[in-house]
Write a protein that binds this ligand. Structure first.
Ligand SMILES: Cc1cc2nc3c(=O)[nH]c(=O)nc-3n(C[C@H](O)[C@H](O)[C@H](O)COP(=O)(O)OP(=O)(O)OC[C@H]3O[C@@H](n4cnc5c(N)ncnc54)[C@H](O)[C@@H]3O)c2cc1C
Length: 394
């Protein structure tokens, strides 16, 4: 039985712990915060995420709090017209074998964390910020601020976009500040006008800005996110924003779009960051997963989905009985770097070319997307939802 130390207890870290324990190994999850938890906002999960959650045995729990929306709509935020939509009914579930749904992040994380809590092989520890690691022959150790040294046979860096493990392993500095600011609000559904409680993910595209909304937490809340390409240069995380500031920032959008924004309250602000893909995620028996490995802009709604795919890939390798973590992590990285680099690029391109274009570029986008048949829309999204997740030891 091996011991795997996991830095970070977000979605990737706790999901990875489940995969480790499912294969009969011990996992020690080191979370820097005083409590495990997630941001109180929504997240979209594609069929690839549900396939992974099913694999990890927590899909039923996540489904119970999820909202199974009818469709994903892309609207012109300047005219209020529909550009295209992707119905998420029986045909979608049949094609991708799993549904598309929206969930509260807290519910997703709690499902994974509670499953970890039920495993005697998983040790969940808080107030444990990892600063770096030392590989010594067959073991790897991390030193905590308390001076305690935690040792294992392998280390998984699941410590997010500003990963300390990545800092040592890749050394590519601070994340890239995208210049895009996002305002987020989660509103109790009874405070949202009846006619605006759409059971869909709907995205309103405007010049250098877009608005997204969908219901979450079994329909008890309405999740709103409004993003503007304002050239922001400083990192902001969760700073409160006045309602008037949000309404003024999106003043150019049509009244059909702004009536949704008008429902928002207690807005909070983030400046979005990502990184360029890197080919190297491993250093002997140390590996990066999730946002530590491949942080992306949220425009393809695939960051957490990719983190869950990572874990399924690791699980598949562990289930082959391999305990040489140098080999195992090399096979993992070989299987995952290409796909996730592609999605990092797609995420940026969707922002530029689909959500934020202006003038003639916006007209061209609308002409192209509105001309697509349902089959062509499926072909566009197939690689996101049907991508390969398994790997073999060479
Ligand atoms: C606005 C927005 C919307 C999004 N929407 C979607 C969506 O709809 N669908 C989707 O699939 N994805 C979405 N994403 C992406 C998704 O949120 C991330 O990809 C996902 O949360 C990554 O999980 P993670 O566990 O890898 O990293 P994180 O969530 O960052 O977790 C890292 C954990 O490690 C801890 N940590 C950090 N440093 C240390 C350290 N040194 N030592 C110990 N612990 C440490 C942190 O406290 C945290 O708990 C969105 C992202 C944003 C910003």
């Amino acid at each position: 039985m091996a011991t795997v130390v996991i830095a970070g207890g977000g979605i990737s870290g706790v999901a990875a712990a489940l995969a480790v324990a499912r294969n009969g190994h011990r996992a020690t999850v080191l979370e820097r915060n005083p409590e495990f938890g997630e941001l109180g906002a929504g997240i979209q999960l594609g069929p690839n995420a549900f396939r992974a959650l099913d694999h990890l045995g927590v899909a039923d729990r996540v489904r119970s709090g999820a909202v199974f929306i009818d469709e994903i709509n892309l609207m012109d935020g300047m005219t209020g017209d529909r550009i295209t939509s992707l119905p998420l009914g029986a045909e979608f579930s049949e094609r991708y074998r799993y549904p598309y749904a929206v969930v509260h992040r807290v519910d997703l994380h709690a499902a994974l964390l509670d499953a970890c809590g039920q495993s005697p092989l998983i040790d969940l520890r808080t107030d444990c910020a990892v600063a770096g690691y030392t590989v010594d022959g067959a073991t790897v150790s991390v030193r905590l601020p308390s001076g305690e040294v935690v040792t294992g046979d392998a280390l998984i860096g699941a410590d997010g976009i500003r990963s300390a493990v990545r800092r040592q392993l890749v050394g590519d500095g601070e994340p890239r500040v995208s210049g895009h600011t996002i305002y987020r609000s989660v509103v109790p559904i009874e405070q949202v006008a009846h006619e605006l409680r759409w059971n869909s993910v709907t995205l309103w595209a405007g010049p250098k800005m877009h608005v997204v909304h969908y219901p979450i937490a079994g329909g008890r809340f309405f999740n709103l996110a409004a993003t503007v390409d304002d050239g922001a240069t400083q990192i902001v995380t969760g700073k409160p924003a006045a309602r008037d500031l949000v309404m003024d920032t999106f003043a150019a959008l049509a009244p059909e779009t702004r009536r949704f924004l008008d429902q928002g309250q207690d807005w909070r602000t983030w400046v979005l960051c990502d990184r360029d893909p890197v080919p190297r995620w491993t250093d002997r028996q140390v590996v990066l997963i999730g946002d530590a490995a491949h942080p992306m802009l949220q425009y393809a709604a695939q960051g957490a989905c990719m983190a869950l795919e990572d874990v399924v890939c690791l699980d598949g390798l562990l289930s082959q009985g391999e305990t040489d973590f140098v080999e195992l992590f090399a096979a993992f990285a070989a299987a995952r770097t290409g796909r996730t680099a592609w999605i990092q690029g797609v995420s940026r391109a969707i922002g530029e070319e689909v959500y934020h274009p202006s003038a003639s570029a916006a007209d061209e986008r609308t002409r192209w997307l509105s001309s697509l048949s349902a089959a062509q829309v499926h072909e566009l999204v197939d690689p996101l939802y049907l991508g390969p997740v398994t790997a073999d030891i060479a």
